[in-house]
Design a protein around this ligand. Structure first.
Ligand code: GAF
Length: 388
């Protein structure tokens, strides 16, 4: 088991027993690019995870070891800064958040690694941030709320990875529940769990093999475009704080005043929020075909109005749509590559993955990786705390 190997690697490197923590990646059924617009999302934590072995070392050095890269990075706890070692930035970003809260972080050791594919839109970075935030909270006995840890992990991403992300990924990693998806109101942070019946339908991810690069890509630009739209609408509706507060009719009434691109970005967000609401009702009613239609509409909006898809993701969705047993498919996460999420009737999953592999390779020349995921609980320890 990977967690056992990571624990063993820690003992080899540092010669004392660690605390073990697991932190899952996530899927998002619907509600994309709505989180930073204070809208709604419907994610779940999945069985692709990052494992951490951590312990206090009694000194002032932070020693970080990437199991996947087989690389050691060391810094003094008092000298935590963003630098050119990209993987270490995610971890140091978390340490900095503890320090910003006035919490002294003493020297600690950390070995981490996992099976969340990088750049596949499954939030490996949020899993890394949330796992370390939780691990440090345990080691330092700071007893922070999970919501605080999620916010700190999000800030780490803003400040040390340079991506102005919303809260969805960190929330999903920390608040995931076995067999359930969670509908999150990204303004109030109120949330509700919905059972996801895996005896009927499975979540299958198809990895386009195209790597997205959130920071260098258009993510921050999309956020700015949405803010531009809000600023314009506020001239007419001073009560509007975010696109969450805008109706489609209000938006359409002022279309002529908008830059055409900004208008399309805003239209997508307003419509996507409506789709999440509708999709939750369909899920609660067990109407998977209707849920799937919302997913296709979400993909079309992401492709045409929000412009964060890419030809490979569009191909994956179009190849999936006519296959037997497919309820819905769409691109997932920030976009520009990564995975599509597909809801597939249980009896057809095997045939679906086989056909998709053939068809995608024929269409693009890229071999397709697929992942059948299960929905798991959020970040947790794997063993009782052992700190000397
Ligand atoms: C990325 C971000 F990190 C999330 O906050 C969210 O905005 C998502 O893209 C798009 O829905 O995963």
């Amino acid at each position: 088991m990977l967690s056992a190997s990571i624990s063993a690697a820690f003992q080899d490197q540092f010669h004392y027993p660690p605390l073990l923590v697991r932190a899952p990646g996530r899927v998002n059924l619907i509600g994309e690019h709505t989180d930073y617009n204070e809208g709604f999302v419907l994610p779940a934590a999945i069985d692709k995870e990052i494992y951490f072995a951590v312990g206090l070392n009694g000194g002032s050095a932070i020693r970080l070891y990437s199991y996947n890269k087989q690389e050691l990075y060391t810094t003094e706890a008092s000298q935590v800064r963003r630098d050119a070692t990209l993987w270490a930035n995610y971890l140091k970003g978390v340490v900095a958040q503890f320090q910003k809260r006035g919490i002294t972080v003493p020297g600690f050791d950390c070995v981490f690694g996992g099976n969340v594919p990088m750049g596949a839109g499954l939030s490996s970075s949020a899993a890394v941030e949330c796992g370390l935030a939780f691990a440090l909270d345990q080691l330092l006995a700071t007893k922070l709320e999970r919501l605080d840890l999620a916010r700190m992990a999000q800030k780490a991403e803003h400040e040390f990875a340079g991506v102005q992300c919303g809260i969805m990924d960190q929330f999903a990693s920390l608040f995931g529940r076995d067999g359930q998806v969670v509908r999150l109101d990204c303004r109030s942070l109120a949330y509700e769990y919905f059972p996801f019946d895996t005896s009927r339908c499975h979540i299958v991810l198809c990895n386009s093999g195209v790597k997205h690069s959130l920071a260098s890509s258009e993510y921050n630009t999309r956020r700015q475009e949405c803010e531009q739209g809000v600023a314009l609408l506020q001239q007419h509706y001073p009560e509007v704080r975010s696109l969450r507060d805008v109706t489609l009719a209000q938006l359409q009434q002022h279309e002529a005043e908008f830059d055409a691109v900004v208008f399309r970005r805003c239209r997508y967000v307003v419509e996507e929020n409506l789709r999440v609401e509708a999709a939750c009702q369909e899920l609660a009613a067990g109407n998977l075909p209707a849920f799937g239609q919302q997913m296709y509409a979400s993909h079309a909006g992401l492709r045409d109005d929000y412009a964060v898809s890419c030809p490979e993701l569009d191909t994956l969705v179009e190849l999936a749509r006519p296959l037997p047993g497919v309820y819905g498919a769409r691109m997932m996460g920030g976009g520009f590559g990564g995975c599509t999420i597909n809801l597939v009737e249980v009896a057809h999953v095997e045939e679906f993955t086989r056909r998709m592999r053939e068809l995608y390779e024929q269409a693009t020349g890229i071999p397709l990786e697929t992942y059948q995921t299960t929905i798991v609980a959020g970040v947790s320890t794997l063993e009782p705390v052992i700190v000397s």
